[in-house]
Design a protein around this ligand. Structure first.
Ligand SMILES: [Mg+2]
Length: 193
């Protein structure tokens, strides 16, 4: 049987990066307890309630959070593991595609923590790809949350579905709102399974 290939992003799709960074900042005393900014832009900026004056400050915090095992411990986005197992059972090849290797010297940590997190949540996948060049890959369907990546994939002619987040509401076209029955059915229909 020909299995369809679904490229699935991690942060903002399966893993709750926003929540994980907010929790880390609360532990550092840089956000008040219980303050979870609503991310209305993809970049984490002060305007959205994050304590980052500029991109360099965000990167420094992100780098420290990686060292504190951010990627091993981050919460899942509700329903993602169950939905991915259902897609796998339905005959879909899940290829995890993530742009996480951008801190020099952290690659072993990031790759290991990512694989551990996927195992811990029993997420089925056939390939694990670390690349920011997602539009260089061909799949039957891509699922992503980042507006610039969605645009690049569509410009490359790749079938792309948006995973709904507050910062991507301007992205047109196909989208699923959450990992529920309707979301899984939509993905299966788009894949032609
Ligand atoms: Mg993402």
């Amino acid at each position: 049987m020909d299995r369809k290939v679904l490229d699935v992003d991690l942060d903002g799709v399966c893993a709750d990066y926003t929540r994980a960074m907010a929790d880390w900042l609360i532990r550092q005393g840089r956000l008040p307890a219980g303050r979870y900014p609503v991310p209305t832009t993809y970049e984490m900026t002060e305007a959205d309630g994050w304590p980052f004056p500029d991109a360099a400050d965000w990167l420094a915090a992100h780098t420290a959070a990686e060292t504190d095992r951010l990627y091993a411990r981050m919460p899942v986005i509700q329903g993602a593991p169950e939905a991915l197992r259902e897609l796998d059972r339905a005959g879909v090849d899940i290829r995890i595609v993530t742009h996480r290797l951008f801190v020099p010297g952290h690659h072993r940590l990031v790759v290991a923590d990512t694989a551990q997190w996927l195992d811990d949540h029993d997420i089925p996948y056939r390939s694990l790809c670390f690349t920011g060049l997602k539009d260089s890959m061909h799949a039957d369907l891509h699922l992503d949350d980042a507006p610039d990546i969605i645009m690049a994939l569509r410009a490359a002619g790749e079938p792309t579905c948006v995973f709904d987040q507050p910062y991507n509401h301007d992205a047109p076209g196909l989208r699923i709102r959450r990992w529920d029955k309707e979301g899984v059915e939509t993905l299966l229909r788009l894949l032609g399974v």
